[in-house]
Design a binder for this molecule. Sequence first.
Ligand code: PLP
Length: 451
Amino acid sequence: ATITNHMPTAELQALDAAHHIHPFSHQAELAEKGARVITRADGIYLTDSEGETILDGMAGLWCVNIGYGRKELADVAARQMTELPYYNSFFQTTHVPVIALSQRLADLAPGDLNHVFYAGSGSEANDTNIRMVRTYWAEKGKPTKTTIISRKNAYHGSTVGAASLGGMAGMHAQGGIPIPDIHHIDQPNWWAEGGDATPEDFGLERAQQLEQAILELGEDKVAAFIAEPVQGAGGVIVAPDSYWPEIQRICDKYEILLIADEVICGFGRTGNWFGSQTLGIRPDIMTVAKGLSSGYMPIGASIVSDEIAEVIGNCEFNHGYTYSGHPVACAVALENLRLLEEEGIVDRAGREIAPYLKEKWEGLLDHPLVGEAKIVGLMGSVALTPDKASRAAFASDPGTIGYICRDRCFANNLVMRHVGDRMIICPPLVITKAEVDLLIERARKSLDETL
Ligand code: PLP
């Protein structure tokens, strides 16, 4: 029989468990519990197969910046599918959607980031970056500059290359990563690792680890440093103010390419178009994905400087994906960017919603479980602690506090994610002040029930 939204939930769950392997999930546990079946979505709300309405505090997977249900994007996709559903730009051809999107991204991106290489996802774009920076240095006559420095607890994707760049211990434990010539320094997570240092001193110390690593590895070995302006999947870790200026100074001093992974931070998430603008970073490459199409189509890209494009342009860069610059994905992304700008969504999120949300989010600090509340634009986290004064941590194994709180949120029809003992929000940028109130009300209720 045809499988539809109208089937009983239990049947859908059984079929799902029988044939679908979920990403980042413990299959057997999930099968026992049954995955919640999402059937529709509109604005910031999801609907499930039981007819419940759920506030999506995570914008899907940090990606639905424009919110759900924008018919304009569906119409553009349908038109593009009819006119030119697929073509590529490998062998001396191009097409209008890829030309238009590239020009638009060059306009939006800061500095001289004027050239775009496309991928199907953020992971793929970061794989592109690994090969691109190494090729860049080889073309400049410095082929020993191959090492890329990244950070522990960073998330840069799930392909072998991107997971190697990332610093997630759980990922490194499986499947033969990291690849060679990737080096990790510590993350600027003051709450968990700052000890007695002030946040400012700690930020400086963590940034200076980059300089130490460059000196230890050798200036002639290091190609690039990659980082998320605000670490997302690692728990929305906001670096102390002293951190980024020092990182920028070090990259400039040693001529290390700076790759800002803007996959989450891009397209309005931090209150500006790009996280690099919010944090005062001047990257040579930005990785983008997610908010580029608001998740409506799979697309990612590396946006690179004039200098990198020129150097790479002097050789044949043997790299590309069948779906690099996919016309339907490009057309949808372009329309998404048009709406984000013309409807003032990025602007309003940064000017009106971000300060309102910040006040409410930081208000959670009066809750007995909440030790730290961090927020930049519309991405925030709280650290749960059994003892605020000592900044003690709960264990982060399954079944412990973060999982309990996440499940309480879900039961209260709020999607919040947890990473260890941090609870995270990243709502669609179209969220209203009244909806912020609802989000906070449900978060507080869930925290109460976690106690
Ligand atoms: N980079 C960052 C900062 C991310 O947060 C993610 C996904 O969460 C990725 C890269 C990987 O992107 P994708 O899942 O589209 O491959």
